[in-house]
Design a protein around this ligand. Structure first.
Ligand code: C2E
Ligand code: MG
Ligand code: MG
Length: 446
């Protein structure tokens, strides 16, 4: 449940500044923030002053006005990214964008003049603006900023309710480790520790996350994911481990380990007469290993498992060495009866290219679109568009990163039939996964 009222002193420790060149707006911001117990607030009127202020003062949130005559708010994410990258800022403040909301009918430019289209009277076609910028353009810009590690919230009004939720999220973000500092924290991981973990299996585990048919909630698949517990640092996220594994050329070794455990899980499910495909992640480099498909098929054959049960998810963390060779390898894999999925569709620079030139059985919509689906119309449009492509190309579609139960009917309406995410089930240790799947099967049969 979300509480919309601020608990006394809840935001006292947050460092909040406001960014607007308009004195009346600064006054409005100050009133609302004061009301919520946020102190002190400094208003800054230009981007260059923000830069100097941040060097000397810790700031958690910058509430900033989007205004037609001032692009400071739009430029702020780039400024924060630069200050973080050059080491000036250790912790990056969250940005809250807000501004005057207006609606306007679509206009055409004729001889330099904006002509409003009389043929589109319905309010459904009206365009929403914040501070003179279309809200859909702001949403796209915010998504890019988030992908660059800068948290941006769009507040449609500086009313207390939305602001309380956003400030509360900022408090939580502040409490967690800054993800951009993850890499630095783990920089001291010795390469020989990664080599040791992969060669001995020490500290390595494999977890399995079920995938569901969204309407019936039947389990229709799963994805295998690696976990590594370092003796000193504790759990190392795959986002840190995988670049090290790739740099050390250990990707094929990791793939073989995941595959071995996945086959064990498949055999355990086979004993229960359960036949669901399980996906294993692999980079283009791994997939392009000579005789990859033959080797995989031989392992499945030895285990007495049909190849259709193993799905290979092409990740984009290592660029494809040679598209022609990758195409040959993927085709050989599919020819043996394995399924091939394109992971994280929509994020990588080359995903469109991969989709256009290579053949797949499935595409997975990246969680960054899925997580925003309830809040941002641009994410809904992107997901609807991807679902159309999937249909045109005769591909199955999996929506990843579903964190919010309430978005499931919407995702279904947009054309996603299958999904994966914390709202449905978290990645599970092998024993927990096996009992989860067998219990589900029993309950579905009865
Ligand atoms: P991916 O293949 O896209 O895997 C999905 C990631 O989303 C997993 O993160 C999973 O734990 C996480 N996830 C699932 N549901 C949710 C949700 O509702 N919300 C959020 N925020 N996250 C969710 P994980 O395990 O940290 O893996 C990250 C990436 O690391 C994977 O992305 C994959 O590219 C790579 N990776 C993980 N395990 C392996 C592996 O065994 N081999 C290879 N080559 N890559 C792996
Ligand atoms: Mg994956
Ligand atoms: Mg993915």
């Amino acid at each position: 449940m979300i509480l919309h009222t601020a608990v006394p002193n809840e935001f006292k420790a947050l460092g909040v500044i406001t960014l607007t060149a308009d004195a009346a707006c600064a006054h409005r911001f100050a009133n609302v923030l004061n009301y919520l117990g946020v102190t002190p607030q400094t208003n800054i009127s230009s981007l260059s002053v923000v830069e100097h202020y941040l060097i000397d003062n810790p700031v958690d949130v910058i509430v900033c006005e989007i205004h037609p005559e001032c692009d400071a708010g739009l430029m702020l994410p780039s400024l924060l990214k630069r200050l973080h990258e050059d080491g000036t800022l250790e912790q990056v403040p969250s940005i809250f964008w807000t501004g005057e909301i207006t609606m306007s009918a679509p206009a055409r430019l004729v001889d330099g003049e904006r002509l409003f289209d009389q043929a589109v009277p319905s309010h459904h076609f009206w365009i929403k603006y914040m501070g003179g910028v279309t809200v859909s353009a702001l949403e796209s810009h915010a998504r890019l900023a988030r992908a660059a590690g800068i948290h941006v919230e769009i507040l449609r009004e500086v009313g207390a309710q939305e602001l309380v939720d956003a400030l509360r999220a900022a408090v939580l973000t502040r409490a967690k480790n800054d993800p951009m500092r993850h890499m630095e924290t783990f920089d001291s991981l010795a390469e020989d520790e990664v080599i040791n973990a992969l060669t001995t299996g020490e500290g390595l585990r494999f977890v399995f996350q079920p995938q569901f048919e969204l309407l019936s909630r039947r389990v229709v698949g799963a994805e295998a994911l690696v976990r590594w517990k370092h003796p000193h640092f504790g759990e190392i996220p795959p986002s840190v481990l995988m670049p090290l594994v790739n740099r050390l050329g250990l990707d094929l070794l990791l793939f073989s380990l995941v595959e071995m455990w996945t086959l064990r899980v498949m055999l355990a499910l086979k004993r229960e007469n359960i036949w669901i495909p399980i996906a294993v992640n692999a980079s283009a480099k791994t997939i392009c290993t000579p005789q990859f498909a033959d080797r995989l098929a031989a392992r499945m054959h030895q285990a007495g498992l049909p190849t259709r049960l193993l799905k290979i998810e092409l990740t984009e963390d290592v660029p494809e060495p040679d598209e022609l060779y990758l195409s040959a390898s993927l085709t050989a894999i599919r020819a043996k009866g394995f399924q091939v999925s394109l992971d994280d569709f929509g994020t990588g620079a080359a995903t469109m290219n991969l989709l256009a030139n290579l053949s797949f059985d499935e595409m997975k919509i990246d969680g960054s679109f899925v997580r925003d689906v309830g809040r941002h119309s641009s994410s809904r449009k992107v997901i609807g568009g991807i679902a159309n492509w999937a249909e045109l190309l005769n591909l199955s579609l999996v929506a990843e990163g579903i964190e919010d139960e309430s978005t499931i009917p919407l995702l279904h309406r947009l054309g996603c039939r299958v999904g994966q995410g914390y709202a449905l089930a978290r990645p599970m240790e092998i024993d927990a996964f096996l009992s989860f799947i067998t219990q589900k099967e029993v309950s579905q049969q009865s």
